[in-house]
Design a protein around this ligand. Structure first.
Ligand SMILES: [Zn+2]
Length: 413
């Protein structure tokens, strides 16, 4: 984890290479966004998302982070974990973890740049430049994964981590922009090539515009000496949510329209980012800094609301119904068989008590009989398909053992 930056004057001495790849919002930014998202999420969305994240493939180490939080209340622990998950896409940049790096690090997923130049104060979008990042495309793809009932929880976990991260990144205006000038004819790589350091400063000590926006929170609200990160982020996020309340932003969420998120971030470039008072090789003015932070705060809130509501929409319904929490969809019961659609006296006379394996999670549009199933102390009527019938209890027990069916009852239903 990168340290939270202390004071603004660090800008002058902190060595940050201008050639660093774009990192986007730093840890603090991503965690604020995730905190805001978490506040929007319903209890079932939270529960389902955490459950999925903890099923992440082992080599991603995404699930392992859950353990690193010990003695906190369960709800806080989940929130802190969720906030960390939003930074996972940056964590996997660490080349020390070779396998994880090779498999999961995707440098060009963190941004979606529009190439542009300013002509007489107006924005002119440019084409014909090489790929400017896959952020939007990946969000569209990953969105499909988390909505796909047949996708594994492992795949969904990785997709959620990426969506939380890219969704945050695209709200950093410089993650949507490659500005073309005479100095940067191939684009400025999201402001990475736009230096704020005076000319002549050693490369290793140079700071640039991208970095200025990435690390904006820490410079405006410095972390106090002994303060732990949680006590630092929570009040910032709470303050942002008060300043930019959900009710006011609700109509602009454009859920699922990732392209619109990018466009909105891009629109901030000619105004808030490359404003007239921004001068190359000079630190931005106090006025610029103040406005930039205000813009960033709004972007954190917007990103958080959007991401929280996206996850709510997909995972917010109580997907874990009491019956589905039975490990297997198959149970064994004694039913009257065959099962007829119509219960006429004639049909009833034909049906005999029969032991059967029942699939209580049937799919497809068919009218089905129901049986009473007990789950978590409650009896619920449950539609079923007959999966198999047995000649004896013994045969049914064998089948149950071989198919990990634990819910076996032989009294007539
Ligand atoms: Zn990033």
């Amino acid at each position: 984890m990168r340290p939270v930056l202390g004071k603004f004057f660090l800008l002058l001495i902190l060595p940050v290479s201008a050639t660093l790849p774009a990192m986007a919002w730093d840890d603090v930014g991503h965690k604020i966004t995730a905190y805001v998202a978490w506040q929007r999420m319903s209890p079932s969305a939270r529960e389902n998302v955490i459950k999925i994240l903890r099923a992440a493939p082992e080599d991603s180490q995404l699930a392992a982070f859950y353990k690193s939080y010990g003695a906190e209340p369960e709800e806080t622990r989940k929130r802190e974990y969720f906030m960390l998950v939003a930074t996972w896409a940056d964590i996997v940049r660490d080349r020390e973890f070779k396998t994880r790096f090779a498999k999961y690090h995707k440098g060009n997923w963190h941004y979606s740049d529009t190439f542009w130049k300013q002509v007489n104060g107006k924005v002119e979008e440019l084409s014909g430049f090489p790929e400017g990042g896959l952020g939007v495309e990946k969000l569209v793809e990953l969105d499909k994964v988390i909505r796909d009932p047949s996708a594994s929880n492992g795949d969904k976990a990785i997709a959620i981590a990426w969506i939380m991260h890219i969704g945050g990144d695209l709200h950093q205006p410089l993650h949507t922009s490659a500005r073309v000038t005479d100095t940067e004819p191939k684009g400025d790589q999201g402001g990475n090539l736009f230096l704020l350091s005076p000319q002549g400063v050693k490369r290793a000590d140079q700071v640039n515009l991208h970095w200025f926006w990435d690390s904006i929170t820490g410079r405006n609200i410095p972390l106090k000496g002994e303060q732990c990160e949680r006590d630092y982020i929570e009040p910032i996020a709470q303050h942002i949510m008060k300043k930019f309340p959900f009710a006011k932003m609700q109509s602009q969420l454009h859920l699922g329209q990732y392209d619109a998120w990018q466009k909105e971030g891009f629109a901030l470039n000619p105004t808030a980012v490359f404003s007239a008072d921004l001068i190359r090789n000079e630190l931005p003015s106090e006025k610029y800094r103040k406005n930039a932070f205000e813009v960033a705060e709004r972007q954190f809130a917007m990103a958080g609301y959007r991401l929280g509501e996206t996850l709510n929409g997909i995972f917010g319904a109580p997907a874990v119904t009491p019956v589905a929490s039975i490990a297997s969809c198959q149970i064994i019961r004694k039913i009257m068989y065959p099962v007829f659609k119509k219960q006429t006296p004639e049909n009833t006379a034909k049906a005999k008590p029969t032991i059967a394996a029942l699939n209580i999670c049937p799919t497809g549009p068919a009218a089905r009989p129901t049986t009473m199933v007990e789950a978590e102390g409650k009896k619920t009527a449950r539609a079923f398909d007959v999966a198999k019938i047995f000649a004896s209890e013994e045969e049914a027990r064998k089948y149950a053992a071989g198919n990990a069916i634990t819910d076996v009852k032989f009294e007539i239903q």
